[in-house]
Unconditional design. Sequence first.
Length: 311
Amino acid sequence: MREAVVGVDVGGTRIKTALVTPDGQVLAEAVHPTPPAVGEQLGQVAATAVAELTARATAAGSAGDSEVDEVRVLAVGLVVPGLVDDELGIGVWSANLGWNDLDLRGTVAAHVDVPVAVGHDVRAGLLAEHRLGAAREADNVLFVPLGTGLASAMLSRGRLVTGSRWTGEIGHVVVVPDGPLCGCGERGCLEAVASAGAIGRRWSEATGIAGDAEEVARRAEAGEPEARRVWQEAVDALAAVVAPVVAAAGTELVLVGGGLARAGDTLFEPLRAALRTRLGRRADVAVEAAALGDRAGSLGAATIALDLVGR
């Protein structure tokens, strides 16, 4: 019998899950759309993930063998966006998922019979990148996933910076006063300008054409003026917020993840240039793509689950 943990990453549009062994082997993964009012269904979501992933791993491990290779789940890790109290297991607030003071740990624990770890999706994602991905050789790291929302996490001398519940919430720094309405209720937040969701939405509003951030990236690369404008405004806003964080913390690696990182040089070349302009004499700051991509959250959730049971 193999031992593993289940990681559940609840995003604004998708729920990503992973079954991971203590040595980091991924036995099974799944992705499903985020249902409406997901906060009311988190327990069932976790229970379904445990059943689905263990069934897949058992079937794969037993293929061609007369003995059933079962999987024993040691713990479940759940990560979510917004403000999270990791110790109490409370989802304090989420602009994109619409909850306040939600008992995340209790909701999940009522549906599974193993310990439950709760964490912030971006902080957990950085732990996964540090142990399994692109930050393995770096100790001073700023991790910025660009997805439906926008937040950050930081390593300083190899230790995760936790601070208060607001640590890392750069997405709600106002960069364009009286700018686009943000999910938090304010206007002009970085998340409302530079997240993947915002880029697609702003371009569609400007052109009347339905499209997402991937479409904007393609059109910007092809030289379409409106797409280039929206794209460059997003990059400039991101750099304007990231640069002072890098300067204050002594960050040496800016790791960009999320779906927007798939744009490659269309994102990284202007972002590196914008940061160089703002950081002046700092020439030691690398800007790279995260290695785990959209899997960082689910693997991060598995990481905190493994830590919970001392594996």
